[in-house]
Design a protein around this ligand. Structure first.
Ligand code: NIG
Length: 397
């Protein structure tokens, strides 16, 4: 049995249901899983120990929303936006064209490098989406390439109606042959339910098709303006609705009601729809930040994710997202850390495996070059990741 004791942890943020934060702590890892958590003075004796020098430790980030499967970049579009142009989803077509020019080896290499980069910054579980293919062949190719490179994969054929297509005919393709082709490779089906992308009816068709296939769903909603995304996501029991920048009272109520069957203190019952906030995207598109504070106050579970993509959020740095949530969205540090770990795990349906440091869970740990986790927001922009353990293995960074 492979056993490792991580000891002399100055501050251990467990993200368990009680929000336990231990000082002078240790974590025992056996066969890649957490086997014991407690004060270092009581730690079981082991042959193999690593002294973490009083550093702070927290669960690895669970990044529940990214779009890593792409070629090229859109720096020009970004510069134009910073000069005053508003974001419109049309840029997706630019990336689709650049991505289509890459061979399988080139594209897989780029995605693997992006995943490695995120892991080096503490992201031990990462979701990514297709959606820069938009043809049967390309969406299938991206699902095959992407599957072994990430932890959760989402089909987003409904990202944009490609030029030359009638929206209904393209929705037929997405909900028929495309979904048939990718279904065996993906964990979720997502739809960009937004003005300029897919209407409420078209989005509904995508979600219904996913359910017929027995696949879980997500919705990109309420990003560029008020819309039906949140209500649809709740109606369909989606794991998450992502972006959530423009919410009305009914949206808040629908989301809060979806959590009525969840016992937060025991973390049991039926999870509702997670509202996933994407602060790096909000900054890069100069949208109002998602109302994370108000969502929490309304009783909604939230996740924080990077939304790494070339159009609206070209960063996979979850340390940055957490710092922004604290500094700009009025979350406490504990709330932001929970949203970026356990919240992401709920949004991906893997909260029984990852998202907190508890006995039986995968030993995914993020060691900070800081004595307390508060440094994440106190020293924003600094490279605070000291080391990362994924399934008990030290990640080669
Ligand atoms: O999540 N909202 C849709 N998709 C991406 C942006 C895609 C792009 O502009 O390339 C997002 O922001």
């Amino acid at each position: 049995m492979a056993t490792l004791l991580l000891t002399n942890i100055g501050q251990l943020t467990t993200v368990d249901a009680k929000g336990s934060v231990l000082e002078d702590a240790a974590v025992l890892i056996e066969d890649g899983l957490v086997a014991w958590v407690g004060h270092m003075a009581q730690a079981p004796a082991t042959a193999h120990e690593i002294d973490l020098g009083g550093r702070a430790v927290l669960p690895g980030w669970v990044d529940s929303h990214s779009h890593l499967i792409f070629g090229g970049d859109r720096a020009e579009e970004f510069v134009a936006r910073m000069a005053g142009q508003t974001y419109a989803a049309g840029g997706i077509a630019v990336t689709t064209s650049a991505t289509g020019q890459l061979s399988d080896t080139e594209l897989a290499g780029i995605v693997a490098e992006r995943r490695r980069e995120a892991l080096a910054m503490g992201t031990t579980w990462m979701e990514t989406k297709t959606g820069y293919g938009l043809t049967l062949e390309e969406e299938t190719r991206h699902s095959v390439l992407g599957k072994p490179l990430v932890d959760s994969l989402t089909f987003l054929g409904a990202h944009l109606v490609p030029a030359g297509w009638d929206a209904e005919a393209y929705t037929d393709l997405v909900t028929g042959p495309m979904l048939d082709a990718v279904a065996g490779n993906v964990d979720f089906v997502d739809v960009f339910c937004e003005r300029g992308a897919f209407t409420e009816d078209q989005s509904r068709r995508v979600l219904e098709a996913a359910q017929r296939k027995g696949l879980a769903t997500k919705v990109h909603g309420n990003q560029l303006g008020p819309g039906p995304g949140v209500k649809l996501a709740v109606e369909f029991g989606s794991h998450s609705v992502d972006h959530v920048n423009y919410l009305d009272e009914e949206d808040f109520k629908a989301l809060a009601d979806s959590w009525a069957g969840w016992d937060a203190s025991a973390r049991s019952g039926k999870p509702g729809t997670v509202a996933t906030c994407l602060p790096a995207c909000d900054l890069s598109t100069r949208q109002p930040l998602a109302p994370g504070r108000e969502l929490l106050d309304a009783g909604v579970r939230i996740a924080l994710a990077s939304n790494c993509n070339p159009g609206t959020s070209y960063t996979s740095n979850m340390n940055f997202c957490v710092a922004t949530a604290v500094l700009q969205m009025n979350l406490s540090l504990a709330e932001a850390i929970e949203a970026a770990t356990y919240g992401g795990a709920l949004a991906l349906g893997v909260a029984d495996q990852v998202g907190s440091i508890e006995v039986g869970k995968r030993a995914d740990l993020h060691v900070l070059d800081a004595p307390v986790a508060a440094h994440l927001a106190y020293r924003p922009g600094m490279n605070l990741t000291h080391s990362v353990y994924r399934a008990g293995e030290l990640v080669d960074r």
